[in-house]
Write a protein that binds this ligand. Structure first.
Ligand SMILES: [Zn+2]
Length: 345
């Protein structure tokens, strides 16, 4: 497979040829872009992988929802991979990384230091460790209180909520979708971990129901943020995943896209290849992609949240692998990020 550099020089060489002949290419695409097709062929669209952002590897970066900073009682933030002390996952890189999950091969000291830096950046330097979960891709949800901050053995669950000031709740991810929710009237908060299994089990939809039960929340008073996770651009899944979703959600067909990875040179100059292959027929077979962010947005809508109350950060962890840890992007050898929500004491 051609490297992107040689691909670029190939494209430049062909561009030069066209320029010499005073010809204009029919259309332009950048390497790595994929052509996508909805399941209904009449509604064709493109899924554009994200262009990686330029990032400063030494800087700790917090991703936040600007509108949420107007509530002074509310703490929230999504971590990235930059600005820490861990070197386990990219040993050749000079700048340390912000791995926030305890796991081999990183050291506990590194993770503690990373967590300290992250909490300081959040403005919660004096808060204790956030309450984390042993995440198991379930629809189990725990309401926690002060006594849970002292537990050494985390609860097995994928949703966590509290109305107690001074507690921070953290979901750990590296591709799965983190969802933060806050009740702006009752001052309660929740965080959910939604991979495909948890999404299928309606972790977020059930979570909003549980907030109504536990805190008397009204969905119209809730705000939600869907954090960085694997985008539909990168999240190829098996046919069995589609079958499972089709059995659970009437809108499931809208969550899946068939994507053919295209060759940028063929895409840009289809006439050059006309004799070899019919246009639109890629040499690679189509793969099925799932839009997990949209799936969770739909659950929030179904639970009664107004569309305007839902913020989708939209960053794809695999496309932006220099900014975020990505389990798939790094074949499972990667760190973990935090999505944190809490109530200032
Ligand atoms: Zn992507």
């Amino acid at each position: 497979m051609a490297s992107s550099r040689s691909l670029t020089s190939d494209l430049q060489a062909i561009d030069a040829l066209f320029a010499a002949g005073d010809l204009l290419p029919r259309r332009r695409r950048t390497p790595g872009q994929a052509r996508a097709r909805r399941l209904r062929p009449s509604e064709q669209e493109e899924i554009r992988p994200q262009r990686p952002k330029r990032i400063l590897k030494s800087r700790l970066e917090l991703v936040r929802v600007p509108a949420w900073t107007t509530w002074s009682w509310l703490v929230h933030g999504f971590s990235t991979r930059t600005g820490g002390v861990s070197t386990a996952y990219r040993p050749s890189q000079r700048a340390g990384e912000l791995n926030l999950g305890f796991a081999v091969p990183d050291t506990r000291d590194n993770v503690h230091e990373n967590r300290r830096r992250f909490l300081e950046a959040l403005g919660c330097g004096s808060a204790g460790e956030p309450i984390t979960l042993r995440q198991i891709h379930s629809s189990l949800i725990r309401r926690v209180g002060r006594e849970d901050a002292l537990r050494t053995d985390p609860w097995k669950a994928d949703g966590i909520m509290t109305s107690e000031p001074g507690l921070l709740l953290a979901i750990q991810t590296a591709d799965c979708i983190p969802v933060l929710v806050a009740d702006t009237k009752k001052r309660a908060v929740a965080a959910f971990h939604a991979g495909w299994r948890g999404t299928l089990r309606r972790i977020v939809e059930n979570g909003i129901g549980r907030m109504r039960l536990e805190f008397g929340s009204h969905p119209e008073d809730l705000v939600a943020a869907i954090g960085p996770g694997i985008g539909t651009c990168c999240y190829a899944v098996g046919e069995e995943v589609r079958s499972e979703f089709l059995s659970q959600f009437v809108y499931a067909p809208e969550l899946f896209h068939e994507v053919s990875n295209s060759d940028p040179i063929r895409e840009k100059y289809p006439l050059l290849f006309l004799t070899q292959r019919a246009p639109g027929h890629s040499s690679l077979g189509p793969s099925l992609h799932l839009d997990l962010m949209e799936a969770n947005r739909r659950q929030l809508l179904d639970a009664g949240l107004p569309a305007r109350a839902i913020t989708v950060i939209g960053d794809c962890t695999q496309c932006q692998n220099n900014r975020y840890f990505s389990f798939r992007g790094e074949q499972g050898f990667t760190g973990r990020m935090f999505s944190v929500v809490g109530i200032h004491p």
